[in-house]
Design a protein around this ligand. Structure first.
Ligand code: AMP
Length: 409
């Protein structure tokens, strides 16, 4: 079964083609500058290693998908004879609101629901829809599945997802104003892998804190494979400071800055999403490797950005251990979580009182899935490379093979 996984951004589109019989990626690529002029597609055939770059107009997502089809069947770097060999498409969709607790086969009704949620995902949901519509137009009849970033966290209890604002606002506007959480495919994948690594797959009491640390970062508290709390909120802006996002702050700061700088609310939110986080503090970069480098050269603000990021991460670990009333494992994932031993060390240091003891040597080694805790640690500290695309491909196979329809969910 060939499954195309599509992750549509406003001017970009990432894709991976899976051969699900062998569970391998056969091709992957990225379309950039869609609709902006100077568009390009970078395509890699995984098994031959052939990399091709296509430059040429891609006015919209439909043109981008058409270009992806060309790359997939090209004499150089192609992996299919025809795009009709694609059996189904899985789409990453940012916001599923409280309507989607699971992935879903795309129908007109599902599309309408994703559209209705645009106010909660103004940048991503329209781009995700554009990807869905482009595939539907170019491959009519081929099943498409939407995999929502929010779905995994729909198991949170009411007291974890409700904000303490006047309750009349909660359900007044057609979309519920509550915590949703994001990176759901990653939290789901990593929590499942953690349980498997420790032989606790079917244990309803297995408690793991997943630390997804990358350009965007979020934490989740999972019990028995279900999310019971997570750090991102109504939108991905809440929680730990990230590459460019502020994370949680006192909202009165907005009023203070807006009054003095003459900013509108939209402009202020833009500052919090795009100019804050470790970029805002370090004044160096949003990229953690750049910040690491600057901190090692003695840049105070770069070090401060790292210190804040790591301190807030540690506080989240502590608070989620309390929320779970105990913890069996802490799992690190994402570009920073998988690669930065310093960050893992800082976020777990001083937590020996909770039974969390890192093994410095194991933590310094590189590798794939591994346990970096000391033998005496009561809590296992794991490094688990995430694989959101595989989750999307697997859900697409599961739903299309089972012939699940929205009505039967
Ligand atoms: P992601 O968003 O999960 O792809 O993660 C991207 C982030 O991971 C970027 O900020 C990178 O600088 C960071 N990253 C990747 N490798 C390392 C590393 N070895 N040390 C620190 N940060 C890293």
């Amino acid at each position: 079964m060939n499954i195309l996984v599509v992750n549509g951004g406003s001017s970009s589109l990432k894709y991976q083609l899976y051969d699900m019989e062998r569970e391998v990626v056969t091709a992957k690529g990225l379309c950039e500058r869609i609709g902006l002029g100077g568009s390009r597609l970078t395509h890699t055939a995984m098994e031959s290693g052939v990399k091709t770059v296509y430059e040429g107009a891609m006015d919209d997502h439909k043109a981008a998908i058409a270009q992806v089809f060309n790359a997939l069947v090209a004499s150089e770097g192609g992996v299919l004879k025809s795009h009709t060999e694609i059996d189904a498409v899985g789409h990453r969709v940012l916001h599923g609101g409280d309507k989607f607790t699971e992935s879903a086969i795309v129908t007109d009704e599902i599309e309408a629901m994703v559209e209705q949620l645009i106010p909660l995902g103004p940048l991503h949901n329209p781009a995700n829809l554009a990807g869905i519509r482009a595939c539907r137009d170019l491959m009519p009849g081929v099943p498409q599945v939407a995999v929502f970033d929010t779905a995994f966290h729909q198991t949170m209890p009411e007291h974890a997802y409700t904000y303490a604002i006047p309750y009349e606002y909660y359900d007044k506007y057609g979309v519920k104003l509550r915590r949703y959480g994001f990176h759901g495919s990653s939290h789901r994948y990593v929590s499942e892998r953690a349980a498997k690594m420790l032989g606790r797959e079917s244990d309803p009491n297995f408690k793991v804190i997943v630390c997804h640390l990358g350009n965007g970062s979020s934490f989740s508290a999972c019990k028995g494979g279900r999310s019971v709390d997570t750090s991102m909120g109504l939108t991905p802006l809440e929680g730990i400071p990230m590459g460019t996002r502020s994370g949680s702050i006192d909202p009165t700061i907005l009023q203070f800055i807006m009054n003095r700088e003459g900013l509108s609310m939209d402009e202020m939110i833009d500052v919090l999403n795009k100019k804050s986080g470790v970029l805002g503090i370090s004044c160096v970069s949003s990229d953690f490797r750049d910040i690491d480098g600057a901190a090692k050269e003695g840049n105070h603000n770069a070090q401060l950005a790292l210190d804040i990021f790591r301190y807030v991460g540690k506080k989240l670990i502590g608070s989620y251990a309390a929320a779970l009333e105990g913890v069996d494992a802490i799992a690190f994932t994402g570009g920073v979580g998988e690669n930065s031993g310093d960050t893992r060390a800082a976020m777990t240091s001083g937590l020996e009182f909770m039974g969390v003891v890192l093994d410095a040597e194991k933590n310094a080694e590189r590798g794939a899935e591994r346990d970096v805790s000391a033998a005496e640690s009561r809590v296992r500290i794991l490094v688990i490379p995430t694989d959101e695309e595989f989750v999307i491909a697997a859900d697409t196979v599961r739903l299309t093979a089972a012939g699940v329809t929205p009505d039967s969910q």
